[in-house]
Design a protein around this ligand. Structure first.
Ligand SMILES: NC(=O)c1ccc[n+]([C@@H]2O[C@H](COP(=O)([O-])OP(=O)(O)OC[C@H]3O[C@@H](n4cnc5c(N)ncnc54)[C@H](OP(=O)(O)O)[C@@H]3O)[C@@H](O)[C@H]2O)c1
Length: 199
């Protein structure tokens, strides 16, 4: 399969590439690195990406930013970061990408455990992750030509403990390689409309 991995240079993305490469043609995409560049917050940039890549069989998105901060002082602008970036960035990969994906292809998006296991400073991430999970359930029953869509909802990656550990006190971590297996299941299996929790 020809598999597009958006966010290929990231902590999650690198593990996904490692789990899929060898068996498939991997097209690595990032904002500042990779075989192709895209800014998922910009629809025109996404259109240019798909025009450059051509048709593909699967797209994995492991990109998307959200603002972490105190709800009491969070501004509309800060809350909108995650809506524009992690939520609509990934949704737009599907909306625009559906015209370019092959029959029986698949989209796999990334959400996260904060949709159902909230932490302090994580209200924006909870909102965005819940919306992504709901989107894949809704989109799965409408996508044409046997195209599938799932989300992977990881807990805190062991590899990200140094970056996010202070926010996730008391949480068990999950190795990136185990998280990557859920993406493999989504891409190489036949399930659709599912959220794969990896905790
Ligand atoms: N790490 C965790 O513990 C964890 C847990 C649960 C959920 N998640 C979710 O998993 C996703 C990936 O997390 P991560 O920790 O792997 O992030 P990361 O290490 O910061 O990597 C982010 C990747 O996304 C790309 N990217 C960032 N902004 C982009 C944009 N606007 N357009 C296109 N590509 C963009 C980056 O490309 P460049 O390097 O080229 O800029 C990079 O490849 C996020 O949505 C995160 O919320 C992560």
């Amino acid at each position: 399969m020809k598999i597009v991995v958006v966010g290929a240079s990231g902590t999650v993305g690198m593990a996904v590439v490692a789990a899929l490469q060898g068996r498939h043609e991997i097209v690595k995409v990032g904002r500042t690195s990779g075989d192709h560049r895209v800014d998922i917050t910009d629809g025109e940039s996404i259109r240019r990406l798909f025009a450059a890549i051509g048709r593909f069989d699967a797209l994995v998105s492991a990109a998307g930013k959200v603002h972490f901060g105190d709800l009491a002082t969070m501004t509309e602008t800060e809350m909108a970061v995650g809506l524009r970036d992690k939520l609509m960035g990934q949704v737009n990969l599907v909306l625009i990408g559906q015209e370019h994906i092959n029959d029986q292809g698949s989209f796999t998006l990334t959400s996260g455990l904060l949709s159902h296991d909230p932490i302090r400073y994580g209200a924006s991430a909870s909102l965005v992750n819940g919306a992504i999970d709901a989107f894949v359930r809704g989109a799965a029953i409408e996508l044409p030509r046997g195209v599938r869509i799932n989300a992977v909802s990881p807990g805190l990656l062991t590899e990200s403990l140094g970056v996010f550990g202070d926010y996730f006190r008391g949480h068990e971590t999950v190795p990136a390689a185990r998280v990557a297996n859920a993406y493999v299941k989504s891409v190489e299996g036949r399930l659709t409309g599912r959220v794969f929790d990896v905790l």
